[in-house]
Design a protein around this ligand. Sequence first.
Ligand code: BGC
Length: 504
Amino acid sequence: MKTFIQLVIVGYFYVFSFSSFNQVKCADFDENFLFGVATSAYQVEGGWNEDGKGENIWDYITHKTNLIMDNSTGDIACDSYHKFKEDVFLLKSLGVKFYRFSISWSRLLPNGTAPNGIWSANPYAVEYYKQLIDELIANNIIPMVTLYHFDMPLPMAQYGGFQNERIVRDFENYADVVFKLYGHKVKHWFTINEPNSCCEIDVLMASVLQTEYVGNHGLIYMCTRNLLLAHASVYRLYQKKYKWKYYGNVALVIDSNYFQAGSDCDDDLKAAERYRQFMIGKWGHPIYIGDFPSVMKEYVANASRAQGLTTSKLPVFTEKEVNLIRGTNDYYAMNYYTSRLVFFNDTLNEDSLQSDAQVFVTVDPKWKQSPTQPLIYVVPEAIRKSLRFIRDEYRNPTIMVTENGYGDKGEFDDRDRINYFNDHLKQMVLSMNEDNVKIIGYTAWSFMDNFEWTNGYLSKFGLYSVDFNSSARPRYEKDSAVYYRKLIETKTIPDLDDNSENRC
Ligand code: BGC
């Protein structure tokens, strides 16, 4: 009898320690790793003119131009303005630790400005975001909030958007209202989503609205300058007024797609490095090191001279501005979707970043292309290269992957999306384990199918499908949602070719 009991105890000990050992060994991500999903206000909310919301540039673009491929609008989109409780219910069932969403500036401040601080805020909007945040917190989901995700209030675009320094104070005032309203509940703030994309949209809006800035050289650089000042001013505002009581984090979400050399020849290696500085360093260098990268200053100055300009198109920061911007990221927020090949090329002579950087940018014909979002080629190994670049350039900062995703036609059995996630996650694990990159979280774009900017509803990125033909906008789970739920549960990247239940 005694021996039997001993056997049971020893057996139990064995099974217990063996399985927990296996768990530790098998899990690719530790307990604290954050898995979440993201959306943005204009892409999901709808309610475009409800309860006093002001007009923003996407209301304008969708209503007054024919730039949207399927002529659709975000007027209703996923109707999350009314269906947020259902959204949170689905998020809960997905098991995510956080939800990254954005606040619509023109919903909260219909004219974009806040002359009377929080008293300028639209009370319906105040209530909407309060309820969304409360609902998330009640369900143990961390709210992560982006202040600006491409949807500039129209009055700001009319004065030139990020081309005009006025945006800096207006953005800061808007952020102040948001922090005052929700700072005690939200601990993760993103100032601006994808500055490269923002500046492209800014230039597009300048031509749509025919603002006085059209025709000027270097619009992108002016946008870059003011956007960095806007980001930094909001970071400083938070530090001064809110950090000491709320202990939150603030970061700029940098589009960090990777530009790799097209060949091993020295000119191409240098060209790729240069273009990385033009696309990532343009943001990262001022924030982590101080001022624009010197190679960028040199090349833009030369290009400006060649174009007959007397000063460089790249604005010069004062010492005070350099100091204002330096040190304004609590962690590196990284969006990664794709990669490009870069070759040296000095024959272009146009007003473009590629011409200024003396590069030719292309793709590898072997890379698989998203069928609906032609800009996305699937290059998972390049996320690791981008992570390594950030590690080396900015003294190994903590990194949060704030977006990664794949566009298709909206299939329920979205195997290509699952493969995309799986392959990128594998590369991230290699980065963490072998390259000593510090990654604290991963965000799948997107929680559900939504208004995909100029692609309208033709390109779908969601883990959940939305029936846009039904006024009730019902949501349905896709295979990728099932995949992501399991990933979050097991913290383990599955071997998709192996059908056995669990490789552990
Ligand atoms: C943007 C999203 C967009 C996604 C897919 C990202 O650049 O932040 O708003 O939907 O790409 O194109």
